[in-house]
Design a binder for this molecule. Structure first.
Ligand code: NAP
Length: 485
């Protein structure tokens, strides 16, 4: 299978925070890959902006280094890199100052798509939005792209939405959740809504439970004091895991249209039951064999912030009444693995006797990383003359193999999302009311554990998380899937 590259229209992309970590690791190498593959037109231009006093050549040197470090060799053609660098320029601006803005305004060309990517701290979003308007740089057709985190609670998310609304229409605002840019996540919608096979079974009558896991092996070292103000609930659940849950649980939208999809996701968030203390487990990784634990990494020996969280969530509607969704995410776990597993119920009656082998539930596993793909576990007869014995086999669909050797042709989530911004397609971006609804559900849960003075339970690095998280499922006579790559 060869993926088709459909070029986008010429654009001017202003990248605020162009000297930052995310720009260097993801955004700029991603733009280069799109250029290399012929999706970014020759006339497109990228204008870097940050406070650092760089000129165009200085910025190009910085981007050349980022490409050398983060782009695979197959795309490291010096002529191609040089052609890309010629699309770049740089303007020093301070989001809170007045210098540089006129120069930036002078660089804008009329009649092109204009996008402003704010890869800066959220505290600067309002300042940048205001100045873009003040200096006539943004107009009613411009697009503004915002990085996470979008607020730290309902009040701050509302305030941010209100500030943005002073300068931009909702149809111009692209709130990034890079999980939504993954090939598999979009494929989830294709599998659900372009096939008749799954949808009739996609409800509490046939689905026993759903597990959503986002496990990381890294700790919070390096950004510990920043992370300590947030924790796994705010950093991962309120946005990424919640979005995955929505895509699994939502009703079919009437059309694959941004607002139709987002309306359905919003209904799921609003249908989430409040959580009680027995529905969640929080953890903190311990120090281990001389390696610092969470408390040392966070530089806060009294910290009660969680580096791990597991939740049992119910979607209170007709489709899902009685089917639990188990969510877990954590740092310093056994393996780096993100997946969604849908476990179906037993057939109502087995015609095979016990000698027929080990019966197991059908399971649809959607892997987000590593090795994006899907895998449907079905029971078949064990091949051979051993009589009617059953065995479970996976029907495997690895996108990496399907789309090119080692999956290198699968665009990174950021690449796909930036191209969607240029195309003006908001389907894979969170709408303001979705973000607010997610915080409205999350806030009381956080307030609950703060009021109770709960402490996260310790867990060993390299493990599957705290003991109590295992018990969360054991109590329901279920088991977590093994965390493995
Ligand atoms: P970073 O490395 O600290 O970069 C921040 C950028 O903002 C730099 O280019 C900095 O450049 C610029 N900047 C700071 N103050 C400024 C001001 N007053 N006016 C104009 N520019 C200013 O941060 P990052 O890791 O790239 O993260 C950027 C955003 O992405 C944040 O919202 C973060 O939460 C989000 N994010 C990051 C990651 C990641 O993996 N890094 C992942 C998800 C989300 P100067 O110092 O030259 O001004």
């Amino acid at each position: 299978m060869v993926s088709r590259v459909i070029p986008v229209d010429p654009f001017d992309l202003v990248l605020f925070g162009a000297t930052g970590d995310l720009a260097k690791r993801k955004i700029l190498p991603g733009l280069y890959r799109r250029f290399h593959d012929g999706q970014m037109p020759e006339e497109a231009r990228i204008i870097g902006a940050a406070r650092s006093e760089l000129d165009d050549d200085g910025f190009r040197a910085l981007v050349a280094e980022a490409i050398a470090e983060f782009v695979d060799e197959r795309r490291s053609d010096p002529k191609m890199i040089e052609a890309f660098l010629q699309r770049l320029s740089y303007v020093p601006v301070d989001a809170r100052g007045s210098d540089g803005w006129q120069q930036l305004a002078g660089k804008m060309q009329p009649g092109r798509i204009r996008a402003f990517y704010l890869s800066v701290a959220p505290a600067l979003f309002g300042d940048l939005a205001e100045r873009l308007h003040q200096h006539g740089i943004a107009d009613e057709t411009s697009r503004i792209v915002l990085e996470k985190p979008f607020g730290r609670d309902l009040a701050s998310a509302r305030a941010l939405n209100a500030t943005l609304a002073e300068h931009f229409q909702e149809s111009q605002i692209y709130r990034i959740d890079h999980y939504l840019g993954k090939e598999t996540v979009q494929n989830l919608m294709a599998v659900r809504f372009a096939n008749i096979l799954f949808e009739p079974l996609w409800n509490s009558q046939y689905v026993d439970h759903v597990q959503i896991t986002v496990a990381e092996t890294v700790g919070v070292g390096g950004r510990g004091s920043y992370y300590d103000k947030s924790g796994a609930m705010r950093d991962m659940v309120q946005n990424h895991l919640m979005q995955l849950l929505c895509l699994i649980a939502m009703e079919p939208p009437y059309h694959f249209d941004p607002d139709a999809v987002r309306d359905e996701k919003l209904k799921v968030i609003r249908a989430l039951d409040p959580l009680g203390p027995d529905d969640l487990v929080r953890g903190q990784y311990r120090s281990h064999q001389g390696e610092p634990g969470y408390l040392e990494d966070a530089e806060n020996s009294a910290s009660r912030t969680e580096s791990y969280i597991a939740l049992r969530v119910h979607v209170a509607n007709w489709r899902w009444k009685g089917t639990p969704f188990y969510l877990r995410t954590g740092k310093r776990l056994r393996a780096r693995a993100s997946e969604i597993a849908i476990t179906f119920k037993e057939p109502p009656h087995s015609i095979f006797d016990e000698a027929g082998g080990d019966w197991r539930e059908n399971q649809l596993v959607i892997r987000l990383q590593p090795n994006e793909g899907m895998n449907l576990k079905v029971m078949i007869k064990e091949p051979g003359p051993g009589g009617m014995r059953l065995v479970q086999v996976p029907l495997d669909m690895s996108f990496a193999e399907a789309l090119g050797e080692n999956g290198e042709d699968i665009p990174d989530a950021y690449e796909r999302l930036i191209m969607d911004v240029i195309r003006g397609n908001q389907t894979l971006f969170m709408r303001g009311d979705e973000v607010e609804a997610a915080w409205a559900w999350t806030d009381p849960i956080i307030a609950g554990w703060e009021a109770r003075g709960d402490r996260p339970q310790g867990y060993d690095p390299g493990s599957s998380g705290p003991e109590d998280a295992l018990m969360l499922l054991h109590r329901d006579s279920r088991r977590w899937r093994e965390i493995k790559e």
